[in-house]
Design a protein around this ligand. Structure first.
Ligand code: AMP
Ligand code: ZN
Length: 482
């Protein structure tokens, strides 16, 4: 079945056809590294990861590029005003200069990469920094100058939107954000929607354009083209970037190359809190550090994200996250139970591979093919997990299904499988379990309780049934199974 996705460029669901079958090319607007990303930002990177995982799961090769904005991003969509990177320097009490700006940004970038890893977001193949690509941005600006699409003022080199008949291809044009520029440049700016390609600034980079910084939008046009070519398959970003940043990216790229730039544009909706966008400026944001404080695994956030369609607003609450965390714990426990059964019976999962029939796979995938409808797929997956198979292979069948879909959902089922095996086969654990089962058989409950505590010290918990006990890791990948 083909993949159908909503293309913001044409405002309709379209069948996805890559430019080149050998490799699917994708660009994602990444973070401005002036502070730790919040879980709203992470939702937009989760969309990028979901796409990549789907393509790889269905046998495609993918090249993924995500930019790191480490210079020149002003709050809101303005060209002038409070620079987010300046805020970082002030917060850290560092002297305001370019060198400090770049080294502080490098530290934040490192934290960002750790956050991606914690959420099991596959590392993009290229993570280019705006500050490392000044040459490419200048080259694009020079092309625009040569085509007389820009003009120079005292403050900046501007893109003249009236020279681009296709300006605003994505729609949703707004003048908010640019009003600030207009106030600053009142007499010099030609059109309210004109935006800075290069801003003159004594602190900035030396260049043939004059000392300064690139405007915020040019980095994405220049770096996506450098790594993916003048036309590539998919461009993603949060919905807030569509009206200005993405319309400007398209204008710069298309006017400088006379090509079509990205073929499909996908926009992720917000993570809200109390019906408001989660944003640093609103002071209503949480980071992965807040999850850690509450002992909630970042993978529980993945479960929460999976259960919402990327084009729907998701309202964040700790209760919803707790529920996702419990769901994850239940899934992990199912795997652990299966492994314990297997080790005890010395049988192998391979014997029941057949239980995950092809139709189940295509049934689960059909949600993804329906405009990346992860909640549809995930609930179908959960239905199969919850269903009682006719034959008595219950937990094995479920485990195989989980292992099969691990790479698609990114919930680390394979790691749970291998780590549980390691825990349960440790010599000391095996001996303690043997002793405990014997004590229970002999109705020596005091000894059995002592052994239970000893096992717990080895991170092994137990549940006692009427006839037999079941042993599993008490905590795995930061998720409690008890
Ligand atoms: P920024 O660091 O502000 O450039 O944002 C990085 C990415 O996060 C962009 O794609 C934004 O659209 C996205 N983003 C920011 N806030 C939210 C939110 N509350 N929910 C979802 N995505 C967001
Ligand atoms: Zn961008």
């Amino acid at each position: 079945m083909p993949l159908n996705i909503y293309n913001s460029l044409h405002k309709q669901i379209e069948e996805f056809t890559p430019i080149n079958d050998r490799e699917i090319t994708m660009y994602h607007c990444g973070p401005t590294v002036y502070d730790r990303v919040h879980i709203g930002n992470l939702r937009s990177f989760f969309l990028a990861d979901t796409l990549r995982r789907y393509f790889e799961f269905t046998g495609h090769k993918v090249k993924q590029v995500m930019n790191i904005t480490d210079i020149g991003h002003i709050s809101g969509d303005a060209d002038f005003g409070e620079d987010k990177m300046m805020r970082l320097l002030k917060r850290k009490g560092l002297e305001i200069n370019l060198k400090n700006m770049l080294s502080a940004a490098a530290e934040e970038t490192e934290q960002f990469e750790k956050d991606l890893e914690a959420l099991n977001i596959l590392h993009p193949h290229v993570l280019p920094k705006a500050s490392d690509h000044i040459k490419e941005q200048i080259a694009m600006i020079q092309q625009l100058i040569a085509k007389e699409i820009s003009y120079v003022t005292k403050h900046a080199i501007y893109f003249d939107v009236s020279k681009d008949p296709h300006y605003g291809a994505l729609g949703g044009l707004t003048t908010s954000g640019q009003e600030e520029n207009s106030r600053i440049e009142e007499s010099e700016k030609r059109n309210i929607q004109d935006f800075a390609l290069w801003k003159f600034d004594e602190m900035g980079f030396d260049s043939e354009l004059g000392k300064g910084f690139p405007g915020w939008h040019i980095e994405c046009s220049a770096m996506s083209i450098k790594y993916l070519g003048e036309e590539f398959d998919i461009h993603t970003g949060g919905i807030d970037l569509k009206p200005i940043h993405h319309n400007n990216e398209i204008a710069q790229a298309c006017c400088s190359t006379d090509k079509n730039f990205a073929h499909y544009w996908m926009h992720g909706e917000f993570l809200n809190i109390d019906s408001e966008k989660m944003a640093k400026s609103l002071g209503n944001m949480f980071t992965l550090a807040d999850l850690e404080e509450k002992n909630i695994s970042p993978l529980a956030l993945r479960v929460l994200f999976l259960q919402a369609h990327y084009r729907s607003v998701l309202n964040f609450s700790w209760d919803a996250l707790e529920a996702s965390s419990n769901l994850l714990s239940g899934l992990y426990k199912t795997i652990a139970k299966c492994i314990y059964d297997d080790l005890r019976q010395k049988s192998s999962l391979d014997a029941v591979q057949i239980l995950v029939e092809d139709y189940k796979t295509s049934d689960i995938l059909s949600g993804y093919q329906n405009d990346l409808n992860t909640p549809q797929s995930f609930s179908q997956f959960m239905r199969y997990i919850g269903e009682e198979p006719a034959i008595n292979y219950d937990s094995r069948y479920k485990t195989i299904l989980m292992l099969k879909f691990d790479d698609l959902f990114g919930l680390k089922f394979k790691e749970v499988d291998s780590t549980t095996k390691k825990f349960l086969t440790q010599e000391k654990t095996v001996a303690l379990i043997y002793e405990r089962n014997k004590a229970r058989l002999n109705k020596d409950y005091q000894k059995s309780d002592e052994l239970r505590d000893e096992l717990l010290a080895e991170n092994i918990a137990c549940e006692d049934g009427k006839d037999e006990s079941f042993y599993f890791p008490a905590k795995i990948l930061g998720v409690s199974l008890q």
